[in-house]
Design a protein around this ligand. Structure first.
Ligand code: SF4
Length: 468
């Protein structure tokens, strides 16, 4: 479908685009103004003309406009969205702010449902998450004076078909990885010296090595990266040190002992699914067996905070497959579980690739794209939440992706005390994060709440050239 929304002036084009995409993630959506003759002349399947209300402040105007468009699209499609008119990726910011203003639960729930048309269930989820976040953030005080670190290792054993992280295959980059580590180390040294000059010191509150797959590095490379990180920064006040091991096929006993030696407190062993056929389809080189082996190895090595990630909406995966994954994860008893929904854009690309590859034959009836993901993803989410809660976990952070039909969310569940502070910090944007490596995004949070970002080039070659 080709959908056009014509506004009478230039404000809010981006916000409206995100909202309309939540109803029509796979369709062409164009938001333009009445004076754009070229776009007005295009023939469309659906054209909505809206006058932006003139009264009130900017935020009030935006909220009213979004509501008007939401109601029009809801009547047209016969659908409602669980997150209502909220199109941003951080819905918990609203209850967080209201909690900090001393508002009570009932008032917050009512406001989210009335003002943003959020469903009762999602309003309650957002509030539960915000309450837990607030509790945990209170333990870092005063948070504005502190900072965290992120180190990006953008290499993986193979590239998953749905990947949007600009990761590169480790085999192709192996001759350059030592050089990459040297550049990351130099970048950290510069920043640490700068912070010392400014009187902010070298003491991060949390540190997170992600990617990519940090354990795609060899044990020696990992040791060098970790030992240099510990040399440069003072971990005296560290609350948590995460290494997102991620891909089970990259985890070895030797690498786990390196992580422990340098004080890593939390790792991820990510199955995404426990079904081998799906793993093959999505381009991950590991099997269910590898996940079980890597998880047990990590437990035996002594890790007492292990996260597992899973994805809903993978090709061919319905209730039975998700149930199997949840049962197997439950049997392993991780300390936290992060449940992702595959965003439609990525799903479309994945589906296209699968369909174009004649060697891969998937049963159309079992193809979840365009069917299951759209109609049942809420039910699969509920099933995952029940499994997490049955393991004693509670939701503690959530975010949404753009272009996700049904407007769903990714949710992190954890046992009490096993939450990842870094995940909360990044979602709620309450603390400065200094980030290092290709594609890393440093976020400065100023005392007045202002936020500034600087992003380094995603392309490893370009980043390395700039660092030299
Ligand atoms: S493991 Fe993650 S970062 Fe690596 S290719 Fe797969 S999706 Fe991308």
């Amino acid at each position: 479908m080709n959908i056009g929304i014509c506004l009478d002036r230039h404000d809010f084009l981006y916000d409206i685009h995100s909202l309309v995409k939540s109803f029509f993630p796979e369709d062409e959506v164009s938001i333009f103004t009445a004076d754009d003759g070229e776009k007005r002349a295009v023939e469309r399947d659906l054209l909505i003309e809206v006058d932006i209300p003139l009264s009130g402040d900017r935020k009030g105007t935006k909220d009213r406009l979004k509501r008007e468009i939401y109601e029009t699209l809801s009547a047209y499609t016969g659908e409602t969205l669980p997150w209502g008119t909220l199109s941003g990726i951080r819905p918990c910011k609203i209850p967080m702010k209201m909690l900090s203003e001393g508002r009570d639960r009932a008032e917050i729930l009512l406001y989210m449902q009335d003002h943003y048309l959020v469903s009762e269930e999602k309003a309650s989820l957002a509030l539960r998450v915000a309450e837990r976040e607030a509790e945990l953030l209170e333990t870092i005080s005063p948070i504005g004076d502190t900072y965290s670190l992120y180190i990006n290792v953008p290499f993986c054993p193979s590239i998953c078909l749905y990947c949007t992280f600009s990761s590169s295959p480790v085999s192709a980059w192996s001759p350059h990885i030592d050089g990459y580590i040297s550049c990351v180390v130099a970048e950290m040294e510069e920043k640490a010296a700068e912070l010392e000059r400014e009187g902010r010191g070298r003491k991060p509150v949390t540190a997170y090595i992600g990617g990519g797959t940090p354990t795609a590095l060899t044990a020696e490379q990992l040791e060098r990266l970790l030992s240099e990180t510990r040399r440069i920064w003072d971990f005296g006040g560290i609350r948590e040190f995460t290494v997102e091991a991620g891909r089970p096929d990259s985890i070895t006993a030797e690498k786990l002992s390196v992580l422990l030696k340098y004080g890593v407190t939390r790792i991820s062993v990510n199955p995404q699914t426990m079904n081998d056929e799906t793993l093959r389809l999505i381009g991950r080189l590991h099997t269910r067996e590898d996940t079980v082996r890597a998880f047990r190895l990590a437990r035996e090595a002594g890790f007492d905070n292990i996260n597992m990630d899973m994805i809903l909406g993978l090709p061919g995966e319905g209730e039975a497959e998700v149930r199997r994954t949840l049962d197997e994860i439950t049997a392993l008893a991780p300390d936290s579980l992060t449940v992702h929904s595959l965003a439609v854009k990525r799903a479309s690309r994945l589906r296209k690739t699968i369909r174009e590859d004649r060697e891969i034959d998937i049963d159309a009836d079992r193809d979840s794209f365009g069917g299951l993901v759209f109609r049942n993803s809420g039910a699969l989410m509920d099933m995952s939440a029940e499994a997490a809660e049955s393991m004693g976990m509670k939701p503690y952070y959530l975010y949404r992706q753009k272009n996700m039909k049904g407007n769903l969310e990714n949710t992190g569940f954890a046992l009490p005390g096993r939450e990842c502070l870094y995940n909360i910090i990044i979602m709620e944007e309450v603390q400065t994060i200094f980030a290092f490596g290709a594609g890393a995004s440093t976020k400065y949070v100023y005392p007045d709440g202002r936020i500034e970002r600087t992003v380094s080039p995603k392309d490893v070659k370009t980043w390395l050239e700039r660092r030299k």
